[in-house]
Design a binder for this molecule. Structure first.
Ligand SMILES: Cc1cc2nc3c(=O)[nH]c(=O)nc-3n(C[C@H](O)[C@H](O)[C@H](O)COP(=O)(O)OP(=O)(O)OC[C@H]3O[C@@H](n4cnc5c(N)ncnc54)[C@H](O)[C@@H]3O)c2cc1C
Length: 408
């Protein structure tokens, strides 16, 4: 039998090492900082020190090859490490595996020239640079990138970029942006109109217009203007007209990486639900003895189990160069909705305490909400899954190819 759900010892060792590092080193430091009411500069210094400590232990860039200072792990192993890291605040950042840098690293590794890799990917991997991904625009539907209005026009040895973006996460403090812009408005197919560019954020004309205030606060997803921003020809990333494809290739593993982090949070929420239900007494019995509460536990457990299997299977398909589109879409949809439902149930069982900021649940619920609309809204994934199911049926007489292509 080729089916084996155990990890090889080196992956299991790495996962347990992350757990130990987060538990023994990071959490006590976070508790100390919170208790001391330290300012931003102290937090910054301590976070840098924790990143150095992670690096020293070899817990660094699990998703990148060793030649770029990473651990060279495949997607399945990264799933294990990410799900562990996310249970601690800043966890993924401490091991340099956070969005959007993580997705941008994959993109540069896949599409970058040797020069681009040395100039932009290596410092990202070393943790000396940060980046952002700038695709979504306020005026047109982000779900349909063929409508992008930002333009890039050739002028001698340069491209001149003009446009308006928002929700460019992490633009504050980023050294460069990967920008998707229209270069070929007359291309035969809409998907060949856009190209990708590496744009240093210190370029004249690159402007953060405002900090967009969201449900989760501000500081994360600003609105930007590109006014006659000039980049040299060699800053085109991937081929001309390949911006749409690059976005799709980037989003496959990046979506899965989100799922891996969300699984850690689902598990955390379910554990909080179980813990609280067994400690709270109402109407003659513990909450955990009431069927209504047990169903919340069991539905969350069922959905979490399915989430894990979906993510592991999608990671396995990416790792083995198999077509992963249906599996990643299904995983993204299922895990995002499981996160939303499980955190909501856990919050419900905590009552007023859940609604307060005395537990992390309120913040987790706010963060969980965007998971259902960013990186492919629920409805868009459902549309793509339906397309793939029909194609599979029409081409092979069976839906199996679109539901994991499993041998059962
Ligand atoms: C927290 C957060 C971080 C983000 N980070 C980034 C980033 O770093 N870089 C970046 O470029 N973008 C980023 N985004 C933007 C994100 O990618 C877009 O929000 C997403 O692509 C949807 O685009 P939109 O907001 O324009 O919604 P629209 O495209 O206008 O869609 C709105 C709604 O319409 C419905 N819909 C759309 N298409 C269909 C369809 N075919 N069938 C049925 N219903 C449909 C869905 O319900 C969807 O939610 C971020 C967003 C959030 C919330």
């Amino acid at each position: 039998m080729a089916i084996d759900f155990t990890f090889p010892p080196e992956v299991e060792d790495a996962r347990l090492l992350v757990r130990k590092f987060m538990h023994d080193t990071v959490r006590p430091k976070m508790a100390e900082l919170r208790g001391s009411k330290a300012g931003r500069d102290v937090w910054g210094k301590e976070i840098r020190a924790l990143r150095d400590a992670a690096k020293e232990r070899g817990l660094w860039c699990p998703h990148m090859p060793e030649e770029f200072g990473g651990m060279g792990l495949g997607h399945t192993a990264v799933a294990a490490m990410s799900a562990e890291a996310v249970k601690t605040p800043f966890g993924p950042y401490l091991i340099n595996c956070q969005a959007p840098d993580e997705g941008n690293m994959h993109t540069l590794l896949h599409f970058g020239t040797e020069e681009q890799k040395e100039k932009w990917l290596r410092p990202l991997c070393e943790g000396t640079m940060r980046s952002c991904f700038s695709m979504t625009e306020p005026e047109v539907a982000g779900s349909d990138p063929t409508q992008i209005q930002t333009t890039a026009v050739e002028d001698g040895d340069e491209w001149v970029i003009n446009g308006h973006k928002w929700f460019t996460s992490g633009a504050h403090g980023a050294d460069f942006a990967i920008v998707i812009a229209r270069t070929d408005p007359d291309a035969d197919i809409a998907q060949a109109r856009n190209s990708a560019f590496i744009v240093p954020t210190k370029s004249p004309g690159f402007e953060i217009v405002r900090d967009v205030q969201t449900m989760g606060g501000g500081g994360g997803h600003p609105e930007l203007k590109y006014t006659d921003v000039r980049v040299p020809k060699e800053n085109m990333l991937g081929e001309r007209g390949g911006g749409h494809k690059l976005g799709q290739v980037r989003l496959g593993p990046a979506r899965l990486a989100h799922c891996m982090r969300w699984i850690g949070q689902i598990e955390q929420a379910l554990e909080m639900l179980v813990d609280r239900a067994q400690k709270r007494f109402a109407h003659g019995s513990m909450l955990s003895e009431k069927q209504g509460i047990q169903w919340m536990m069991s539905e969350s457990a069922l959905e979490l189990y399915a989430s894990k299997l979906m993510v592991l299977h999608a990671a396995y398909k990416i790792e083995n160069n198999m077509d992963f589109r249906a599996e990643v879409s299904m995983a993204k949809h299922h895990v995002a909705n499981t996160l939303w439902k499980t955190v909501d149930r856990a919050l419900q069982v905590h009552g007023a305490l859940g609604y307060s900021n005395d537990t992390p649940l309120a913040q987790m619920l706010i963060q969980a909400r965007w998971s259902r609309l960013a990186d492919g809204a629920d409805e868009v994934h459902l549309m793509r899954i339906a397309e793939m199911v029909m194609r599979s049926y029409n081409e092979t007489g069976s839906v199996n190819h679109a539901v994991g292509d499993l041998p059962i």
